[in-house]
Design a protein around this ligand. Sequence first.
Ligand code: SF4
Ligand code: SF4
Ligand code: SF4
Length: 188
Amino acid sequence: MDEKRPIGRSAFLRHGLAQLLGKLVEGLEQVQEQVVPRRFRPPGAQSEPEFLATCQRCNACVRACEPGILMVMRPGHGIATGTPYLEPHSGPCQLCPTLPCIAACPSGALRPIPLDQVRIGMAVLDPVTCIAFHGQQCRVCLDVCPLPGKAIAFEENLPRILEDRCTGCGVCSFACVAQPTAIRIRHL
Ligand code: SF4
Ligand code: SF4
Ligand code: SF4
């Protein structure tokens, strides 16, 4: 009759190490599922954790967005999969007067707010790239801003973002004539 041979010390260590590595890989995969790149959310969205917990992934907001700038996060983005987002630099929010995206949301993930209180992000101006800071006449950002004089102003022919009122819509960034754009939208 075969008797089980006692496991050697090195085999025991190898076995333990393999088990440990397996658990580590499993843990990393779970973390990767949760860590997704941050996205700009539609108007009326609350904090990211609250938004992720409330959004039903129904995409009613995406369908209601006539300018078609809202997109849906594809599979593979963990808990954010299926949620709506926008890319203000390439597809700015038009701040539609009736905010139909918010009106369409059945879950409260997008909460009704006045137009001038939308906070998608915040515009940041780069004086190195902005041509007005190099003596050229340009007021494109002021002309296109939905809140001219409130979210962006010109002082001595130079643009200045008024951070308390900027909606982060991205219209100015998209319209900027500088190459690359002198205005980037950052997360709040
Ligand atoms: S305000 Fe208009 S453009 Fe902006 S996300 Fe809503 S529907 Fe789309
Ligand atoms: S309508 Fe509301 S619940 Fe539906 S995907 Fe958009 S944010 Fe989420
Ligand atoms: S400054 Fe730019 S990002 Fe801010 S509200 Fe005006 S157009 Fe939108």
